[in-house]
Design a protein around this ligand. Structure first.
Ligand SMILES: [Zn+2]
Length: 498
């Protein structure tokens, strides 16, 4: 009898004492290692019915990818989540492990939800990838991001193959990206958050936000994001005292000229998500801000997305459903967008004045940002894009089975395909590549092709039994066009799969 009393007391102690992570123990100086992060979630899984941890495929590092599911009702079937009209939010961390803010912020958020310090609305379900780039996270050091203001140690950008995983979402050279595609389609998230840290110009803001280029989502969902949902996130961050601005992109301009919205082709997380009517957000904290503040602002951003998703759930789900239907029936898609320099909106940019001083290394004058001279300025934000390279979707694409590398990628992305039952001769429109240029140096394992020019002709071609025919009447239509049309930014031709 006495034994039972002791055991109960121990259990009580375990559930009331919240876990503390490296970030908290070091007062914001340290980031969790890969093993600490996985143990953290497994502990939450053991203690709380709202948390479930599972393995989802293998990575190049020889470790499985983990997925953490959190739902207020303790049920973890994504198909059911959608049927119950929950907004499903997938949060990806550590794709660039030198930018670990999301790893620690997600651990804190998951813990605070599990312990009910923060309530998770009933109409929102969460999925976390604790660490995506495991190989990079294990390759820990102190110098690969020398100017970054903490943590003391962090992982490396490249994965176990030294690939940049945020360029690998469609070409899938890594096992990591293949595992991601599987879990992405399993969850079919309404929103993807991919946590990063930025560098470049210094300014007062800790948090900047890169949002999916609206048009890529289609007219309904894109408009909902631009006019309705995204403004709510900016307002929510102001309430939490983390004044946020769009991802600062002055590379071709200056505050006086304005900044362009980032254009995200499918190789990036947000560009990939948009192909499947998923809203992508890439929060980019600034590396010159203290790690503690960066983690707290990343936490605040994720919390804001959850809160606003709960409020806007019905509109978001309806817009997305409509967009999915439209994607199936659309017959004309643009494959290229360029910024319209004649259109902009004004945003409030809080910067630091530029100044010059001699470099300690060379003695030559070098530019720096003078933090004693902050300024607030209205800046033009160029967030309207003009479409071009319109493609009229064919009735179907035919892919000879010999191109198995392409077929495998399409299968991975839930593309519906049929195979010919017998050798079949069909009159088809076929492309010939008239001209193209290739990068002289490899880019992420490929000598990428650009400036592709094609001409098409009608011809009779004999296809073999087992070759694939892919009808353009599916949700993946945009994905199919972006990948199979040779002039697509990240098409399989541009990446030399054909
Ligand atoms: Zn990054």
């Amino acid at each position: 009898m006495r034994k039972i009393v002791i055991l109960l007391a121990f259990a009580f102690c375990q559930t009331t004492q919240a876990q503390q992570c490296a970030f908290e123990k070091s007062n914001g100086l340290e980031s969790a290692t890969y093993f600490e992060a996985i143990d953290w979630y497994k502990n939450l899984d053991r203690k709380y019915t709202e948390v479930f941890v599972q393995e989802m495929g293998m990575t190049d590092a020889g470790y499985p990818l983990h997925l953490v599911l959190i739902s207020a009702d303790g049920k973890f079937d994504a198909v059911q989540w959608h049927k119950q009209n929950k907004v499903v939010i997938l949060i990806n961390n550590g794709i660039h492990p030198g930018e670990p803010d999301g790893i620690d912020a997600s651990m804190l958020l998951a813990r605070d939800i599990a312990t009910k310090k923060i309530s998770l609305p009933k109409n929102v379900a969460l999925a976390f990838i604790p660490v995506y780039n495991i190989g990079g996270c294990l390759n820990r050091g102190r110098t690969s991001r020398a100017n970054q203001n903490g943590p003391l140690e962090y992982g490396f950008r490249g994965n176990a193959q030294n690939l940049d995983l945020n360029r690998d979402f469609t070409k899938c050279d890594s096992k990591d990206a293949k595992a991601f595609a599987q879990l992405f389609h399993l969850l079919d998230p309404d929103i993807l958050i991919d946590n990063h840290v930025s560098d470049g110009a210094d300014y007062q803001h800790t948090m900047t936000l890169l949002t999916t280029q609206y048009d890529k989502l289609g007219s309904k969902l894109g408009q909902f994001l631009k006019e309705n949902f995204e403004p709510q996130l900016y307002a929510g961050m102001v309430e939490k005292k983390w004044d946020m601005i769009p991802y600062v992109n002055f590379e071709t301009a200056s505050p006086a000229k304005g900044m362009e919205m980032f254009y995200d082709p499918p190789r990036y997380s947000s560009g990939y998500a948009a192909l499947f009517q998923t809203i992508g957000f890439v929060p980019e904290t600034h590396m010159l801000k203290a790690f503690k503040d960066r983690v707290l602002s990343t936490f605040a951003f994720m919390q804001t997305v959850i809160e606003k998703s709960a409020i806007k759930a019905n509109e978001l789900i309806a817009a997305r459903e409509e967009e999915k239907k439209m994607a199936k029936n659309n017959i004309r898609f643009p494959l290229m967008w360029t910024v319209d320099t004649s259109k902009n909106k004004l945003i409030t940019f809080k910067g630091y004045e530029q100044a010059f001083k001699p470099s300690d290394a060379t003695g030559l004058q070098r530019m720096y940002y003078d933090r004693t001279k902050p300024f607030t300025q209205q800046v033009k934000f160029l967030n309207v894009f003009n479409p071009s390279n319109f493609i009229v979707a064919p009735k179907a694409y035919i892919i000879p089975q010999g191109w198995s590398s392409v077929v495998d990628l399409l299968k991975l992305n839930n593309v519906a395909m049929q195979q010919f039952n017998a050798d079949t001769t069909i009159e088809v429109e076929g492309y010939k590549i008239e001209d193209y240029k290739s990068y002289p140096r490899p880019y992420e394992k490929h000598h990428k092709n650009t400036s592709v020019k094609t001409y098409s002709s009608t011809q009779k071609i004999k296809f073999l039994k087992g070759d694939y025919i892919i009808y353009l009447n599916q949700r993946a239509n945009r994905y199919l066009l972006e990948m199979l049309e040779p002039t697509g930014d990240d098409s399989f031709f541009c990446l030399e799969f054909f």
